[in-house]
Design a protein around this ligand. Structure first.
Ligand code: DQA
Length: 143
C-alpha cells in the first residue's frame, strides 16, 4: 500500500470559509474523506501547519513516505527554506495549488518550490490533490 503524505501550508486550515470564490466552500477535512474513499488502496496522512519551520520539519519527517503532495500556500512564493527541504529529500514531491496562481496577482506568479518538485498542478481546485495521487499511483506502479 502506497504511503502518501498531504502537507498543507498557511491558511489552508481555513478552507471552506476562506475566500470561497477562489478556494471553494469545502473544508479540507471534508475533502480528505473524499480522497480516502476514492483511494482505499493508499494510506493517506494529512498534515497542516501555518508555520514555515514546521513545514520544513514535516517535509524532512515524511522522507519515509512513498510521495508527498505539498501545497505550501503563500510560502511557495517566498520560502527558500521549504524549497531546500523539498530538494533535500529523495521522496517525490508533487506541488499543488488549488487556484491558478498565474491568473492571480503578480506576486503569486513565482513558485520557488516548483523546480524541486517532480510535478506541479495548479488551477484544478481541490481536485488537484486527487490528480496528484493518480499521478503518484501510476508513476510508482511503473517503478
Ligand atoms: C494557494 C495559492 C497561494 O498563492 C495562496 O497564498 C494560498 C493558496 C492555492 O492553493 O491556490 O494560500 O497555494
Amino acid at each position: 500500500m502506497k504511503q502518501i503524505a498531504i502537507i498543507n501550508g498557511p491558511n489552508l486550515n481555513l478552507l471552506g470559509t476562506r475566500e470561497p470564490e477562489v478556494y471553494g466552500s469545502q473544508t479540507f477535512e471534508e475533502y480528505f474523506e473524499v480522497l480516502q474513499k476514492r483511494f482505499p488502496d493508499c494510506s493517506l496522512t494529512y498534515f497542516q501547519s501555518n508555520v514555515e519551520g514546521e513545514l520544513v520539519n514535516l517535509i524532512q519527517e515524511c522522507d519515509s513516505f512513498d510521495a508527498i503532495v505539498l501545497n505550501a500556500a503563500a510560502y511557495s512564493h517566498t520560502s527558500i527554506a521549504i524549497a531546500d527541504a523539498v530538494a533535500a529529500i529523495s521522496t517525490p514531491v508533487i506541488g499543488v495549488h488549488i487556484s491558478n496562481i498565474y491568473q492571480r496577482e503578480k506576486e503569486r506568479h513565482t513558485d520557488l518550490l516548483a523546480g524541486a518538485c517532480k510535478a506541479c498542478l495548479f488551477g484544478f481546485g481541490l481536485e488537484g490533490y486527487s490528480l496528484a495521487i493518480d499521478f503518484i499511483k501510476s508513476e510508482l506502479n511503473e517503478q
